[in-house]
Design a protein around this ligand. Structure first.
Ligand code: BMA
Length: 385
């Protein structure tokens, strides 16, 4: 694993010197823990290096044919290693539920986050937050938006009907973030990615459901409430969908600002049935064009570029990893790529291989490539206690 370790030795230097007491988790001048700032600095170095970390949503919680086992992950079953980045989703934490929208218990999620960090891994969280005005889910139907749906962002802002309720929801997120602490009193840095894919109109915070100003105010309110609640361990990610078509002005149209955002992402998926080579080629071209733009924008704003969500629904091309994804990712200085979840209860809703899946041998080539960084490649180098 020497192949991937070189730049991490520098990162290890940054991360060392941590003791067992809370006092050793100091805050920086901007109110975040030193480790949170270190993670950001490390990811900047990561983005500039030749490699990129591999992430998987919900990897510890379930996979194809199993749910709730301890110490299991489809990635681990395939390659004997863990993703470097663990993705989780906070959807339904706002309701005070004990399980998230995909039925992952929040206690279990908390433990997995702390354990993943303690092993040296990186954690990112999305939030498919229910609609505080209509009582519906995060999703809306873009073609039949109701007046209430279109008013939701306006109504959660100060003075709006759903404002107080929504502040209570933010506080539940803050409580969860604050609870992510190791037994040594170290807060786990989390790359938080709320209000994502807002360039489409399928979530209540989407393009056709609020103005640019309202969207930015939603961000400002979210960030300042976390600060008010004493949250010190978040890095903030902006992650539009694929609607910018390579146009940086479009990508940045609703950008909340350099003072709020740390990381610039992109969410985009590969679609198509088996044998549909045109759709796969289109995905590669689209991701290529978008990443070129995102990386250039991130560079000029001194932010970290990532591919915040991707995957091929059901991985219908056996060599997709080395023939489609890897050639594009190898061109760009991203810090990580996050593959979406392997649902145990939705047919074909998987995005990484599992034992017996047709792309396993190709995935192993991807895994063994020197540019892809899994847990063993970064293990022990993020010092956590
Ligand atoms: C979507 C799907 C849903 C899931 C949601 C949040 O992309 O995977 O099944 O509920 O993400 O994880």
């Amino acid at each position: 694993m020497m192949k991937k370790i070189i730049y991490f030795s520098l990162l290890a230097l940054i991360m060392t010197g941590c003791g067992k007491k809370k006092a050793d988790d100091p805050l920086t001048a901007n109110g975040r823990t030193q480790r949170t700032e270190n993670l950001l600095a490390n990811m900047k170095a990561q983005a500039d290096s030749a490699g990129y970390m591999f992430g998987h949503q919900d990897t510890y919680f379930y996979g194809i044919g199993w749910v709730g086992d301890s110490a299991r992950s489809d990635i681990n079953s395939v390659c004997g290693d863990m993703p470097a980045v663990l993705g989780v989703d906070l959807g339904h934490i706002e309701n005070g539920d004990s399980v998230n929208l995909d039925r992952v218990p929040f206690d279990k999620m908390r433990n997995a986050i702390i354990a993943h960090f303690s092993r040296g891994g990186v954690v990112t969280a999305s939030w498919h937050c229910d609609n505080p005005l209509t009582g519906g889910t995060a999703w809306v139907k873009p073609d039949s938006l109701t007046a209430e749906e279109k008013a939701t962002v306006a109504e959660v802002l100060e003075g709006g009907k759903a404002h107080d309720k929504f502040i209570g929801w933010l506080d539940k997120v803050a409580d969860f973030m604050n609870s992510l602490e190791t037994p040594y009193g170290v807060k786990v840095p989390v790359i938080f990615r709320p209000w994502h894919e807002h360039t489409g109109s399928w979530f209540w915070w989407g393009q056709n459901l609020c103005t640019k100003e309202q969207y930015c105010q939603l961000w400002e309110m979210t960030v300042s409430r976390m600060k008010e609640k004493g949250v010190t361990n978040l890095l903030w990610t902006y992650s539009p969908g694929m609607e910018s078509h390579g146009d940086s002005a479009k990508y940045l149209e609703r950008y909340p600002g350099d003072g709020i955002i740390d990381i610039m992402g992109l969410d985009g998926y590969c679609n198509g049935e088996a044998g549909d080579t045109a759709s796969v080629a289109q995905y590669a071209a689209d991701i290529d064009r978008e990443l070129a733009m995102v990386c250039s924008v991130a560079k000029s704003h001194n932010k970290v570029p990532i591919l915040s969500e991707t995957g091929f629904y059901g991985i219908k091309t056996d060599n997709w990893w080395t023939h489609t994804l890897m050639p594009v990712l190898n061109k760009y200085p991203i810090a990580y790529v996050l593959l979406w979840r392997n649902a145990h209860d939705i047919p074909d809703h998987f995005f990484v291989p599992f034992p017996g899946q047709a792309s396993v041998s190709d995935f192993m080539k991807f895994y063994n490539d020197k540019k892809t960084l899994f847990m063993k490649d970064i293990n022990g180098l993020y010092i956590t206690k």
